[in-house]
Design a binder for this molecule. Structure first.
Ligand code: 0PR
Length: 364
């Protein structure tokens, strides 16, 4: 095979990044292990326990249970599955999931697979879920309320404690999707953390800001018994049950998650967050100087209203960029996105599209 993977040089759209060297090394060493069979591969199974413990520390959740999933999609699907099972046990025949319109499309897959219906709630001008709309949407059939902590399109954080309170008022579970945000939130200035908020389950992915190798998603649950909702018997394995969605799984993801977190938590991640956030704020200011409407980066993700022809011009220059559902340019300031790269990007933007500000040319 002659193919070489793309480098990260001009990638501004990805929520994944170059794995940390320690993660790369661990992934390679554990490539042929399977944490899905702990009786045969006990070392990687122990590493998975360690990964869950470390993810709990990051999320300020005491003594969580969970596992290293294939990614945020699997973790979100499993959270919905847990809630559906709990709802059924309460006699709810047609369980619903109340979630913000900013939630990732993986919840649509979950709804499809699990035969639950989604009640999608609008966000406010700040791209955070509207609490009044959540209150209106929840009812006796609600199995789960979802909050997003670091949304895919705008990097925004929903009012987590208030959402948890609404969910619990109705006897529903509360899930936080911090797939991308989970590794930056500990360093931001917030009056809450997950240890204070009534979070039942959480998605937090080492293969995004955590700098582990793909595949390494994270599912955490506050209470061990929630995982029992997922467990199926495994008669011919040495262990008696399995809670994961995948059977055979990559030990590479598990080992690299532990290696990256042990290397970078907390100081390395703190420094990485500071750099990424400063870069995001710098980029937002430059885009604003050029006359574009910018969605302020509360986490290291910048969205700006850039005309379609400018966007295409930048892609022609080789920049790998993406758009929000409403068409804004979206730049994710991952660790590989350095200030020099952003400066080169801004130079290209100034050259490609200075004459077509904002919505005027949107329909071009
Ligand atoms: N939850 C949130 C908040 C996410 O942003 C994502 C993925 C998921 C869940 C699902 O995670 P997995 O993709 O690990 O299953 N967000 C990015 C997206 O869909 C993922 C991504 C990553 C996209 C790398 C592009 C890329 O190059 O946009």
């Amino acid at each position: 095979m002659q193919a070489e993977p793309e480098g990260f040089d001009r990638v501004l759209s990805s929520m994944c990044t170059e794995p940390h060297p320690s993660a790369r090394d661990a992934a390679e060493r554990f490539l042929a292990t399977n944490p899905g069979d702990p009786g045969t591969y006990p070392t990687v199974a122990d590493l998975e326990d360690r990964a869950v413990e470390l993810l709990g520390e990051l999320a300020s959740l005491d003594d969580p249970s969970g596992y290293v999933a294939s990614g945020g999609t699997e973790a979100n699907i499993q959270a919905v599955r847990i809630a559906r099972e709990r709802a059924r046990a309460r006699g709810i025949d047609s369980p619903t999931v109340v979630l913000p319109e900013s939630a990732h499309f993986s919840f649509r897959k979950a709804a499809d697979l699990l035969d639950v219906s989604l009640t999608v709630v609008p966000t406010d001008a700040g791209h955070r879920v509207r609490l009044d709309a959540v209150r209106d949407a929840v009812d006796e059939e609600t199995a789960l309320v979802v909050g997003v902590a670091g949304s895919t399109e705008y990097g925004r954080v929903d009012p987590i404690p208030a959402l948890g309170a609404i969910a619990h008022d109705y006897g529903a579970l509360f899930h936080v999707d911090a797939a991308w945000g989970g590794f930056v939130l500990p360093f931001t200035d917030r009056e809450w953390h997950f240890g204070h908020a009534p979070v039942d389950s959480m998605t937090i992915d080492p293969h995004k800001m955590g700098r582990a190798a793909i595949p390494a998603g994270g599912l955490l649950v506050r209470d061990d018994s929630l995982l029992d909702e997922l467990a199926v018997d495994t008669p011919y394995l040495e262990t008696t049950s399995q809670a994961t969605l995948s059977g055979t799984r990559s030990g590479a993801g598990v080992a690299s998650a532990v290696a990256a977190i042990e290397t970078l938590w907390p100081d390395g991640y703190a420094a990485q967050y500071e750099r990424s956030q400063e870069n995001a704020e710098w980029l937002a200011a430059r885009l604003s100087d050029l006359g574009y409407d910018v969605v302020d980066p509360t986490l290291p993700l910048v969205a700006a209203d850039v005309p379609a022809n400018t966007f295409e011009g930048l892609r022609d220059e080789g920049w790998r960029i993406s758009r929000t559902a409403s068409g804004e340019l979206r730049v994710v300031c991952m660790p590989h996105v350095t200030r020099d790269k952003l400066a080169a990007f801004v130079d290209d933007l100034a050259a490609v599209g200075p004459r077509t500000p904002n919505a005027v040319a949107d329909d071009d």
